[in-house]
Design a protein around this ligand. Sequence first.
Ligand code: UTP
Length: 535
Amino acid sequence: MVMEDLRARCEAAGQEQLLQFWEDLTAEEKISLEEQINALNLTDINEYYRRTQTIKKGAAVDDQLEPLEPEVCGGTTRTPDHFLELYRNTGLEKIANGEVAVLLLAGGQGTRLGVSYPKGMYNVGLPSRKCLYQLQGERIIRIEQVAAEKYNKHGNVPWYIMTSEATKAKTSEYFQKKSYFGLKKENVIFFEQSTLPCLTFDGKIMLEGKAKIAKAPDGNGGLYRALGSSGVLQDMIGRGIKHIHVYCVDNILIKMADPVFIGFCVTKEVQCGNKSVEKTNPTEPLGVVGKVNGTYQVVEYSEMALKTAQLRTPDGRLKYNSGNIANHYFHIDFLADIVRNHDGELTHHIAKKKIPCVNEVGEPVKPTRPNGIKMEKFVFDVFRFAQRFCCWDVLREDEFSALKNADGAAESTPTTCRHALYALHYKYILNAGGRFSDSTGSVLPEIPGHVSPILDETREKGYMNGSNADEASSSSDEEVKKSLVVEISPLVTYAGEDLEYLVSGNIYAAPLIIAASKESVGQSRIRKPSFIVDK
Ligand code: UTP
């Protein structure tokens, strides 16, 4: 009887393939599959799929696209220093007042990177062996400290971490094991986003096993539903949080609770803000922020015709050049409005993926080419509900290097991330008055010209062959040769500040590692009053 009812419901929804192996299942498996089907709203799933099919690509968006108004835009390279200082101080004051939170989107499955644990636990092979979560946690500690020193008041920056079925247990266990990287446990709040079944290209729910539905997280835009259902929105309101910085787990250069960005958004009194990097090449696969039909939106590169992507302004820059890096500001009132009133209006997008499944005889298959779709909401799809919006451009080399792929891929790998961090920290040392010498002892020019500073490549490799080398990436020799290994602990500096007294006038032979005195850097150390400089 129960079975007949189940079959009737699946058939009514056109999803009868879910029961195709029913006769082969044990009693336990039948119960499990039935529970999984009961947990789904088949009507909603079919409707989400139907709506994804109505999203038009290409010309339709181009015809309605306009650039952002100049008055909503700003950027680090075109803002006078005194305004940058003003924004920074505004942001620091909000941090010191305890009004700022960071929210990490960490529910993705990281399939391209291909490790069996959450991406945030990945160690890209820095000398310190810190994983992405640790770098982020320590940046929170440091920015709280900078704000407290400036405003004589300590505000906590709560860290809200959105996980999914795929990442929740491992992430929370890892944080516990690592003592929350020095943060207070009560200020690290985990919550879980929902999942949706994976579908074939024609909308049929896929089976991962004979009695197991293939599921995936519902995209980083699953955030809004999860904020409501988990009670996290209420938690934020209860703590007096007003400004929320939302970011992705994979950007190794992420500036947690960036006071400059927050200060810009606060000064502009916006509901929502976007941090972007300049897109310089029309065919770069990066979505851009613009206005579509009068509302703020991120237009994916695949949704724009080449002729539109190639348009330029009179000064030669791309007309649509604010490249989206999933780095956002939300005012709490806006976030609450989205969660309470607009989440249901967000449409899922489809991502074609290689989805492990069973074949027609129930054998497991690991596809080598995309064989189905995941339905995902995007975090930035709520921009269209904002009347007051701003966009803040930052330098890519200072703020964005994403870990997407395993080493061997052309870009966004552990090696490119590691080298982006070294290059930034190298710049911090030069800006603070330090210099570097090569392996012969000659001082390297500040601007090395066409000759990249070549260092002893065995030293970088030496750092990377440590005890947890299974998690560390390996790197290509060519890249190692070009790299200058400089790593400064986030506990020492957040964005290059407070380094002068430590490094000014000094000449270092890389690798150079600067850590706070309580940190272990595992190599020979020179002790300074409150720092360890390892070179
Ligand atoms: P990506 O789209 O790059 O996905 O996520 P991913 O999971 O990291 O990697 P692939 O595509 O499987 O290789 C961008 C950000 O959005 C988060 C990710 O954790 C990452 O921080 N995300 C993605 C979620 O929080 N939930 C999701 O459902 C999807």
